[in-house]
Design a binder for this molecule. Structure first.
Ligand code: COA
Length: 260
């Protein structure tokens, strides 16, 4: 896959997507958002890919937000369209991807950057990372799902404070709040994300996709996640992975999941 603003590396079932605009602190311009959409879509369709890590290039930033220079002169209609399209093609798209996506936050994750990390299935961070939703300091609100996913992850009161103050929290504070799962040094960040990914990749990819759907449905308007869980649980019994997983257990060996 050839892109201008991102790099995609693949090895042994693991894909690493690197947002690569370090001079602009990896800010998300329109082209980058579209490339990320295309990359995630292609990786989801590639059945050899069992997990994806998303990170930023350089040592300073994961993503320092949406590219302010692109929307500074937008009208009301254009602003609404920016949020709608971005949510649809990137943020909701990543959250609902059937392949697990881990955000490896290697520096600033601000505004759209934190929103992108929050759309991933879970997050790990390096100890220099700083996170926040500074949009109100620009006279706007988070538009890529930040007002919804931040309260889901850290609770309403903490989210309100972070959004209203436009403040930044450290990686350790983010861990205490439940926003990131692990904090490590910058050198150890990708190895840690890869170690977690390798544990995930040992399991049934079909069951993992079903689990992502069931967990996500808990947060969808008008959708009953318990019902999704029942349906997806039942569907697992028709998969080759289920046959292999249960047979391997009974035969006291490690499963070799076909991913079907
Ligand atoms: N959009 C567009 N460009 C951005 C950007 C963004 N969100 N964040 C950083 N950049 C650009 C800067 O304009 C600068 O470009 P230049 O060298 O051509 O002038 C370059 O990235 C480096 O950023 P700089 O501000 O010089 O780095 P810093 O170390 O002094 O500060 C930040 C780092 C993250 C604190 C600061 O860049 C910042 O506040 N960025 C905006 C964060 C934000 O409000 N995000 C939400 C957007 S909705």
């Amino acid at each position: 896959m050839n892109f201008e603003n991102i790099l995609v590396e693949q090895a042994n079932g693991l894909a690493t997507v690197i947002i690569n605009r370090p001079k602009k602190l990896n800010a998300l311009n329109k082209a980058t958002i579209e490339e990320l959409h295309n990359a995630f879509k292609a990786l989801e369709n590639d059945l050899t890919v069992k997990a994806i890590i998303l990170t930023g290039s350089g040592e300073k930033a994961f993503v320092a937000g949406a590219d302010i220079s692109e929307f500074a002169h937008f009208s009301v209609e254009e602003g609404g369209m920016l949020a709608r399209k971005g949510q649809e093609i990137l943020f909701d798209f990543v959250e609902n991807l059937s392949t697990p996506v881990i955000a490896a936050i290697n520096g600033f994750a601000l505004g759209g950057g934190l929103e992108l990390a929050m759309a991933c299935h879970f997050r790990v961070a390096s100890d220099n990372a700083k996170m926040g939703l500074p949009e109100v300091s620009l006279g706007v609100i988070p538009g890529y799902g930040g007002t919804q996913r931040l309260p889901q992850l850290i609770g309403k009161g903490k989210a309100m404070e972070l959004i209203m103050t436009a403040g930044m929290i450290s990686a350790d504070e983010a861990k205490d709040a439940g926003l990131v799962n692990h904090v490590t040094s910058q050198e150890e960040l990708l190895p840690l994300a890869e170690k977690i990914a390798s544990k995930i990749m040992r399991n049934s990819s079909v069951a993992i996709s079903a689990a992502i759907k069931a967990v996500n449905d808990n947060f969808k308007d008008g959708v009953n996640g318990f019902k999704t869980e029942i349906t997806e649980f039942g569907n697992c019994f028709g998969t080759e992975d289920f046959k292999e997983g249960t047979t391997a257990f009974l035969e006291k060996r490690k499963p070799d999941f076909p991913g079907k």
